[in-house]
Design a protein around this ligand. Structure first.
Ligand SMILES: NC(=O)c1ccc[n+]([C@@H]2O[C@H](COP(=O)([O-])OP(=O)(O)OC[C@H]3O[C@@H](n4cnc5c(N)ncnc54)[C@H](O)[C@@H]3O)[C@@H](O)[C@H]2O)c1
Length: 429
């Protein structure tokens, strides 16, 4: 069978998807685009295949003959590129996040519906084997009806901030509000239960000293208290608290299950305590997670506990026509993201409960078609809001100059973060 031809926009985190294609019998990278010459040049040194084309601009890149595009560009700029790819007849695999405004959400959904192409959201944490096993157990009814769950994605990125923002004061990571980057903590719980979020209350961490040192303009961490369509409640927390934590739990009407803690057995461990099914699952027994573990080439560095492999694997299987392929569609992607967006609206409204629109209903879309509420000045226009609820923060240019100098030093010495992406599972952040 002919291999599926993939283009990758964003050659930094995009390394993970490029690695996937290198190890796949079904897909091949044919084009790579990044506007940063240094990043593109570094990527070239890791590609053996002379037929791969390299582009500095998306306008040139999109003309390349491709079946699908992986979007690993800035997290707040995925939707416009996704829409252009769908309109040009290509399938899309989008990194997190799906959109940055409600206007984009409506436009993205309608572009997917019009095109009939596959849109797969790359929320890889759903495919962490322990999280995926939780989904299987839940869908088999062993935990009962969902009543409560928690998701944590806490990552202190202070030490790698120069490598992930390059001294760009307007980089999305510097402009993000506390509840923006929410789908690693919310996503797995949505994917486990399949339930739609209907309302949210948001909270913002206001001890911002660590963030200010590196140029971050938003709150230090975000919390979403989400009510689902069945009345169940999710608590999600994410952001830059001092020590990291990735952890999930689900309480159902027949019992409970949770992953291991960062300081104990870690995310790969799964503990269940329910009427019909109790036990502990070993982290290394991937066969138990029924997701083609035998296909996981252990010589290729797949980050985030191997989940980077499974999100791409399911996308490629979907394109091959495998009916069992489990991808995250555009509606589910928004179920994972809108709670974070509406949580910030809640923060700005003193903690008020905000209803989450159901954009599956075409009638509900009209109200949001022109809504550009976001913290990106280029896109927000009159609906621009500052990333911090207490107002615009005054961060000296010297902070960004220092971040830039550190990034340049790292590039020059070929050390640190960028280089690590090629050896240790691309971009673990
Ligand atoms: N799922 C995960 O675990 C995970 C981990 C890391 C990053 N990410 C996501 O991956 C994406 C990329 O993140 P990143 O860490 O690589 O950093 P990033 O967001 O700074 O960089 C994206 C890359 O895209 C390039 N780029 C941006 N706009 C472009 C344009 N218009 N044309 C060409 N190139 C452009 C930049 O030069 C940069 O190299 C983000 O969406 C981020 O949220 C996800």
């Amino acid at each position: 069978m002919k291999k599926i031809r993939i283009g990758v926009l964003g050659a930094y985190r995009g390394t993970s998807m490029i690695n996937y294609c290198k190890s796949s019998e079904d897909a091949q990278v044919v084009a790579i685009c990044d506007k940063c010459e240094a990043t593109l040049a570094e990527q070239k040194t890791h590609i053996d295949d002379p037929s791969v084309a390299f582009y500095l601009t998306f306008d040139e890149f999109i003309k390349h003959d491709m079946d699908a595009v992986v979007l690993a560009n800035y997290a707040n700029e995925h939707a416009p590129f996704a829409i252009r790819c769908l309109n040009a007849g290509m399938h899309v695999f989008s990194e997190v996040l799906p959109v940055q405004t409600m206007k984009e959400a409506v436009e993205l959904i309608e572009a997917v519906e019009r095109s009939g192409k596959v849109y797969a959201y790359g929320e890889n944490y759903c495919y962490i084997p322990s999280c995926y096993k939780m989904r299987t157990l839940y869908r088999e009814g062993l935990i009962g009806e969902f009543e409560y769950g928690e998701g944590e994605y806490v990552h202190n990125c202070e030490s790698i901030w120069p490598s992930i923002t390059y001294g760009e004061s307007e980089h999305w990571r510097n402009n993000k509000y506390a509840t923006f980057y929410c789908t690693h903590s919310i996503g797995p719980l949505i994917h486990i239960t399949g339930l739609r979020p209907v309302s949210v209350i948001g909270l913002e961490g206001t001890n911002i000293a660590r963030g200010l040192r590196t140029g971050q303009k938003g709150g230090s961490f975000g919390i979403e208290m989400i009510t689902l369509e069945n009345g169940g409640i999710i608590k999600s927390i994410h952001g830059g608290l001092y020590n990291n934590s990735i952890w999930y739990s689900v309480y159902g009407s027949k019992g409970r299950m949770e992953t291991g803690r960062e300081d104990g057995e870690g995310i790969h461990m799964l503990y269940t305590h329910s009427d019909e099914f109790s036990g502990q699952y070993r982290p290394d027994d991937r066969r138990d997670y029924d997701m083609n573990a035998e296909k996981l080439d252990k010589t290729v560095p797949f980050g985030h506990g191997g989940s980077d492999y499974y999100s791409m694997y399911n996308f490629i299987e979907k394109l091959k026509g495998n009916a069992g392929a489990d991808t995250i569609d555009v509606y589910e992607a928004l179920d994972m993201f809108l709670p974070g967006m509406f949580a910030y609206r809640s923060v700005l409204n003193g903690g008020m409960t905000m209803a989450i629109p159901n954009l599956r209903n075409p009638e509900e879309r009209n109200k949001w078609r022109n809504d550009t509420f976001c913290t990106d000045k280029k896109v927000g226009g009159e609906m621009y809001v500052p990333p911090f609820s207490q107002g615009e923060l005054d961060i000296p240019e010297s902070v960004y100059a220092q971040m830039k100098a550190l990034w340049e030093r790292e590039l020059e010495s070929k050390s640190g973060y960028m280089n690590a992406a090629f050896t240790q599972g691309a971009a673990e952040k």
